[in-house]
Design a protein around this ligand. Structure first.
Ligand code: PHE
Length: 348
């Protein structure tokens, strides 16, 4: 009886060795037959009861060898099939060595984030007329974010509604005007600087507002700086940024750190003032806040306000990016969904 069981194992081994595996299909058939959950080696184990006791151990080792042979053949054939290029299909398919002259698939390129694109454009324009970049901390003290900028103690912007306070005296900066205070404290006029950077406000997140965004704020302090200088500088910026036929207009406004203060609109570059829903049919879109630096602010920064005057302006980068690229929800800018970002691959 033992001989018959050993004979079966031997036949199975021969069958495994002779099994043709030249295609993926054959590989799969082989796997099902010899390695699958209902494989043909399993019933051999039942034969053990037919084997005389002194040879049971030897029989166990024989079946294990059959199993190992099946696994080894499967592994080797699989490696061979995936190493070469499979041509043709079905049982007739055959394998060739890979074609080394074949072009490799193109690498997928990343893209510059729309906020960076617009921020770099703004920076480039102001650099051309002599502004230098200054940067500062995102976590600020009360002095640089508020007090030096002439915010009265009860100003609503100090309220928990608008500002993320860390302690009573420390908060996330709500604008990059804080950087300009640092510049004024640490240098002498003439000062011509722009401060790009991330700012934070305690706003409910919606399609139009976010708790974080980016600004570029500008400051020019020198003798005889006038509102005419401010207008001409911003006119140059608007034309460079939005096209040579762009018009600008100023509306009176209020900021604690400027006197006089204004908001600047540009002529709607989308509808050319025909009226569209971006400009809400007015032909104008608001783009930035600006004004003449309040003498108190200069004095707070140890700059003689009798001798020097200055102008300042500040704009939201996301707002401009949204206008330029017709993005209708600010949240898209921060979600970084790859389907959104890919649309900027060719922009610069
Ligand atoms: N700091 C202002 C803001 O955060 C913008 C501004 C800057 C306005 C400079 C006037 C002058 O909105």
């Amino acid at each position: 009886m033992s001989d018959q069981a050993f004979g079966l194992a031997k036949e199975m081994l021969a069958e495994i060795e002779a099994y043709p595996i030249e295609t993926r299909e054959q590989l799969e058939q082989f796997r099902i037959a010899f390695l699958g959950s209902k494989n043909r080696i399993k019933p051999l184990f039942a034969q053990i009861k037919e084997v005389e006791p002194t040879r049971k151990k030897e029989f166990g080792q024989t079946i294990n060898a059959v199993k190992q042979a099946a696994q080894a053949k499967f592994d080797a054939s699989k490696d061979q099939l995936s190493g070469g290029e499979f041509t043709g299909g079905g049982a007739q398919g055959s394998y060739e060595s890979p074609d080394l002259t074949r072009p490799i698939p193109a690498n997928s390129l990343g893209s510059i984030h729309p906020v960076s694109i617009v921020m770099n454009q703004i920076i480039d324009i102001f650099k051309r007329i002599g502004f230098v970049i200054s940067e500062g901390p995102q976590i600020e003290d009360d002095w640089h974010n508020f007090t030096a900028l002439n915010f009265p103690p009860d100003h609503p912007a100090r309220d928990m509604q608008d500002t993320f306070f860390i302690t009573e005296d420390i908060s996330l900066r709500t604008h990059t005007s804080s950087v300009q205070v640092r510049v004024m404290e640490n240098s002498k006029p003439p000062i011509r600087t722009i401060s790009p950077g991330r700012v934070f406000r305690n706003e409910t997140i919606s399609a139009r507002a976010h708790c974080q965004f980016h600004q570029v704020e500008g400051l020019y302090v020198d003798t005889d700086v006038s509102f005419a200088d401010l207008k001409q500088t911003l006119y140059y910026f608007a034309q460079e940024m939005f096209g040579q036929d762009t018009k600008i207009r100023f509306r009176p406004s209020y900021f604690p750190f400027t006197e006089i203060s204004a908001e600047m609109d540009i002529s709607c570059f989308i509808c050319k003032q025909e009226g569209c829903n971006v400009c809400k049919k007015t032909g104008w879109v608001e783009i930035l806040g600006c004004g003449m630096v309040d003498p108190n602010v200069l004095e707070n920064c140890k700059i003689d306000s009798e001798k020097y005057t200055g102008f300042a302006f500040g704009m939201g980068v996301e707002r401009i990016a949204m206008l330029k690229y017709r993005i209708n929800d600010i949240r898209l800018i921060f979600e970084n969904d790859i389907r959104f970002l890919r649309q900027f691959t060719s922009s610069l």
